[in-house]
Ligand binder design. Structure first.
Ligand code: NAD
Length: 294
């Protein structure tokens, strides 16, 4: 942890209009959270179906709030109207802060970030929700790397309090300040961390997934491991958590970690997690992972 997040807050420029790129598990969750706390957000994807899914998820979460009498239907409609779905960068000119949440692939993210940089104003802060890819590496594609940092939410966004704000070598204090302030406005607890593959949480989490994978490859029963970790006191075991994260995202993130820390993270042969992915068992996103879902 580099510096207390609160140190930056005094310098924060107001974040009034935001945008998220990608309407998947994370993009949909970020849009919901921003909208529910009153900050308007454009939600951009390249596919109509993805936008529909993102909106459906947001609607589901707001409906639960109505059922629990925490929101009226009018309030729900008002909050939902904070999310504006789009397939284009047309309205990005007056966006204060963008969260990029597309697939965990350095090339795709690099291209998307360069593209959005051309669509926003010179002062717009760009952030990436990457799980593992170094912020310095992603900044290489940008003309204004000082306006860029990591903004790493956890899944499910509406329930997980932590947000890692990752400061790259060229990131300005103003960019960190705006990102910290936005995270707080979303009701989250930001921490400012240094840049490296996996940042802080995934430096801990991915070796744990690796240990789990080894056990399964050696014949352990994944359900048994999950039950043991729950008894240990964790809210869920590693197999279930991988289903929540998405096996595709876990495989891509692990590749980045293996490249960054070959001595510790690179493996010979296929891991159990890779085998699941190869068999199109992506977790809850396609209803089949370690467990089957309806
Ligand atoms: P996902 O597969 O659910 O969603 C990715 C979305 O990005 C899809 O809807 C896809 O259509 C869209 N997309 C692809 N190219 C695009 C482009 N050029 N422009 C706009 N949209 C585009 O993935 P996810 O789980 O939401 O992960 C997104 C990011 O968040 C990744 O970087 C991932 O590492 C990170 N992340 C994931 C988790 C998790 O638990 N799943 C947690 C924290 C961070």
């Amino acid at each position: 942890v580099k510096k207390k997040a609160s140190r930056y807050e005094k310098q924060a420029q107001p974040v009034k209009q935001t945008a998220v790129l990608g309407a998947g598990i994370m993009g949909g969750g970020i849009a919901y959270q921003s909208a529910s706390k009153g900050t308007p957000i454009l939600m951009k994807d390249i596919k109509d179906e993805a936008i529909e899914l993102g909106l459906k998820e947001a609607r589901k979460l707001f409906t639960k709030q109505v059922e629990r009498k925490k929101l009226s239907t009018e309030q729900m409609a008002e909050k939902l109207s904070n999310i504006r779905p789009t397939l284009s960068y047309g309205d990005f000119g007056n966006v204060d802060l963008v969260v990029e949440a597309v697939v965990e692939n350095p090339k795709v993210k690099g291209a998307v970030l360069a593209e959005v940089e051309d669509a926003v104003s010179e002062n717009t802060i760009l952030t990436s929700n990457t799980s593992t890819i170094s912020i310095n590496r992603l900044a290489e594609n940008l003309k204004r790397p000082e306006n860029f940092c990591g903004m790493h939410f956890f899944n499910p966004v509406h329930r997980m309090p932590l947000v890692e704000v990752i400061r790259g070598e060229k990131t300005s204090d103003a960019a960190v300040a705006a990102t910290v302030a936005y995270a707080r406005a979303m009701g989250k607890t930001p921490i400012v961390v240094n840049d490296c593959p996996g940042f802080l949480v995934n430096r801990v989490l991915f070796p744990y997934f690796g240990g789990f994978s080894f056990l399964v490859e050696q014949g352990a029963d994944f359900q048994h491991i999950d039950k043991v970790m729950e008894k240990f006191g964790w809210p869920m075991g590693p197999a279930y958590l991988l289903d929540v994260v998405g096996l595709d995202t876990a495989v891509h993130a692990n590749e980045v970690m293996a490249e960054g820390f070959p001595d510790r993270m690179a493996r010979e042969g296929k891991t159990a997690i890779q085998v699941m992915y190869d068999n199109d068992r992506l977790g809850q996103k396609n209803d089949k992972g370690f467990y089957a879902y309806e």
